[in-house]
Ligand binder design. Structure first.
Ligand code: NAP
Length: 308
């Protein structure tokens, strides 16, 4: 059993990773901020990471062997509105966590984003030069740089994922599912490509990565890409919902506040080589998403919402 501190345990990745690590025999302590968890099967601690010194106290108290740092200001348009807070949470806090982890000899996996790239050419490998387009992406890149300079042995995982969340509407997959199952029309971007993993598959890969002597940047994504429109159609088909309710459109007509990277196809060869396996495809991920709805997992996650 290993003691793992998961920051952002109320978030989409944090809660799913925490449940998975717990099922796999690890001790989990998760941090939450505004969303306390109800009857979580692991210990939770409240912390506002914007307060200087707050994470130090948590780490000193918990003394974990591993930290998975998922907490972030991860809503892209909120980061445009509140750039100072985004800088603090997405750029500075990772540096603080890396510095303390290095000092205390704690293994650190820091979660970053595919959006550090501008998405002009696609096909990115880990050493390609990032070019963030939004405030969120810029600060996430600065967070990566802080982590790698403070603690070169840390792992930085660039990810994109979907799945069942605490409030039932955090992920793109839930957004498609919720709208389509109510018979509502939605727009699907035909010109934004990505490589999303089911969050539970991502949790499994991250746990394997933690247990191997990896260091540095890894792309931890699906090995094939699709457009957001195609992703919505996959959700519709696998849930037997009406895919004609998804209207194809360009992201440029979507009224978004922050610029989006249109081609976020990232290569995962380094991960496949070092882990000895290929991550699941988006089709397999969506099938797992459907299974988890049918077997009550989605409801179990939602039942932990403190207002639920
Ligand atoms: N979702 C994606 O597809 C995606 C794509 C690429 C990269 N990522 C990265 O993956 C990681 C996890 O993303 P996610 O989608 O799981 O995020 P999320 O669902 O938005 O959750 C964010 C988590 O961070 C916590 N948090 C936010 N501000 C905080 C603060 N000031 N102090 C303490 N905790 C704070 C939240 O706590 P409360 O809710 O309790 O306030 C929550 O637990 C992030 O690093 C994100 O950048 C996500």
């Amino acid at each position: 059993m290993t003691r793992i501190l998961v920051t952002g345990a109320s978030g989409l990745l944090g809660i799913n990773f925490s449940l998975f690590a717990l099922e796999n025999g690890h001790e989990v302590v998760g941090t939450v901020n505004q969303h306390a968890l109800r009857e979580a099967p692991f210990t939770t601690m409240q912390v506002n990471l914007s307060r200087h010194g707050s994470i130090e106290k948590i780490i000193e108290t918990v003394r974990p062997e591993i930290i998975l740092h998922t907490a972030a200001m991860a809503i892209i348009d909120s980061c445009e509105k509140h750039p100072d807070l985004s800088k603090r949470i997405n750029a500075e806090v990772p540096g603080d966590i890396a510095r303390i982890s290095k000092r205390l000899g704690i293994r650190l996996v820091h979660v970053s984003t595919d959006a550090v790239f501008d998405g002009v050419s696609g096909g990115y490998v880990e050493d390609d030069l990032p070019n963030p387009l939004s405030t969120y992406a810029l600060h996430k890149l600065e967070g990566e740089q802080q982590v790698s300079s403070q603690y070169p042995e840390a792992v930085i995982a660039r990810v994109n994922f979907f799945g069942w969340s605490l409030n039932g509407n955090r992920s793109l997959s839930e957004w498609f599912f919720n709208n389509l199952s109510q018979g509502k029309t939605v727009k699907g971007f035909t010109d934004v490509y990505f490589c999303p993993l089911l969050v539970n598959d991502l949790a499994c890969l991250l746990l394997k990565m933690i247990q191997k002597p990896l260091r540095g940047v890894y792309h931890v994504l699906a090995p094939v890409s699709l457009s957001k429109y195609e992703f919505g159609c996959l959700i519709a088909r696998q849930f037997n919902l009406n895919e004609k309710l998804i209207e194809p459109m360009s992201w440029k007509d979507g009224g978004l506040q922050a610029a989006r990277s249109p081609n976020l196809i990232l290569k995962v060869d380094k991960l496949c080589r070092d882990l000895g396996e290929t991550p699941p495809s988006p089709e397999a991920g969506v099938a797992g998403f459907v299974d988890r709805w049918q077997n009550g997992y989605a409801g179990r996650v939602r039942s932990m919402a403190s207002s639920g």
